[in-house]
Design a protein around this ligand. Structure first.
Ligand SMILES: [Zn+2]
Length: 363
């Protein structure tokens, strides 16, 4: 069976609560007409690409190296090798059919070369190596584009930028408003409208309920995903705790009894300013924050020094100077006792010291 290169279909289905289902129908090139279907949440494939990027790249590199070092032009050997590559990719995630599809096209090409239907000038192993190399490049470009669309701290080449703004706000919680793409090229699409119970007296507009795209490249997958994220007022966020990329779906702490317009805005804001991906990460982050506050002696020190400075001005005293001398002595003592590596203990002791001075002053 000659595969049709457009047979990687993806539909975005608007049934049941907005466009949040992504269905991908995948027809493996080598297994006749057997159809493997899978269904998942919007953006799952893209998120898996982003979250497994390093692992995938390493795997592709391994096979690229194998190709170049073994220099084999044996058809069966090459087909076996890329069959193993497919298995390894699928072990990393169930949502990476897009990559499997492209490896299948390579395997199909090898068969076409063997059958004399495809003529190449290079040796076959070089053809394969170039193919894997291009796949890597496309993966890198797509990742960079997706990240630069939602994260101001990334530039278009995916490098993290030196950033002086509010990292918390801009990096960990890039809301969908920060979407910066100005142009997305979408592949051809088949749109179905929901007109089952449509009657001509109704003023209600017919809404599209399904989009079927023919995906030709990883860039297509990324563009379609970004378009539907934007359309659904959703964003890709980066978890402040585990650093994984995620698209928030569920809502927390919102009682759905307000009028719908206001509620809708609140729901969008709540999910797109989320800082962590799960309850576990939220709890871990709370713990971390509490710890930071515990060791926040610098803030307490600044407050105390400010108030001493004011006292000195008003009463012509030298309280600040006295405090600084005492504090420095205490710090040196602690450093000598615990060593500079034990900064957590030292900072806690300094915090206690400052708080005790504050307490004394209140008496
Ligand atoms: Zn997380």
């Amino acid at each position: 069976m000659k595969p049709n290169k457009s047979n990687f279909l993806m539909t975005f289905d608007s049934y049941n609560g907005g466009f949040d289902k992504e269905q991908t129908t995948y027809l493996p090139v080598l297994i006749g007409d057997k159809v493997v279907k899978y269904e998942n949440e919007l953006a799952t494939s893209l998120l898996d690409l982003l979250n497994n990027y390093d692992k995938i790249l390493k795997t592709l590199d391994k096979y690229l190296k194998k190709c170049i070092e073994q220099k084999t032009n044996e058809y069966s050997e090459l087909i076996k090798t890329f069959g193993n590559l497919k298995k390894e990719i699928l072990k990393q995630s169930n949502n990476l059919y897009i990559l499997i599809y492209f490896i299948d096209i390579l395997i199909f090409d090898i068969l076409e070369i063997q059958n004399g239907n495809l003529y190449i000038e290079d040796e076959i192993y070089l053809y394969c190596a170039n193919y894997i190399f291009s796949l890597k490049e496309e993966l890198a470009n797509s990742r960079d584009f997706a990240l630069s669309t939602f994260f101001r701290t990334y530039n278009i080449t995916g490098e993290q930028l030196q950033y002086t703004g509010d990292m918390e706000k801009d990096f960990y919680a890039s809301a969908y408003e920060t979407f910066t793409a100005t142009q997305l090229s979408l592949p051809s699409v088949d749109i179905k409208f929901d007109n089952v119970e449509y009657n001509s007296n109704s003023k209600e507009k017919m809404e599209p309920y399904s989009f079927t795209y023919s995906i030709f490249s990883i860039a297509d997958l990324v563009n379609v995903t970004l378009y539907h994220l934007k359309k659904n007022e959703r964003a890709i966020l980066c978890c402040a705790n585990c650093k994984k990329y995620f698209v928030p779906t569920a809502h927390i702490n919102i009682v759905e009894k307000e009028d719908s317009d206001k509620l809708e805005k609140k729901l969008i804001k709540e999910r797109n300013t989320r800082v962590t991906c799960s309850n576990d990460c939220l709890n871990a982050r709370r713990k971390e924050k509490t710890k930071q506050n515990l060791y926040g002696y610098k803030k307490e020190k600044k407050n105390l020094r400010d108030s001493l400075r004011n006292m000195d001005k008003r009463h012509n005293t030298h309280l600040l100077e006295e405090f600084d001398l005492k504090f420095n002595k205490k710090e040196t003592e602690l450093l000598n006792k615990y060593g500079s590596d034990n900064f957590e203990i030292i900072e806690e002791k300094l915090l206690q010291y400052i708080l005790s001075i504050k307490d004394d002053r209140k008496k």
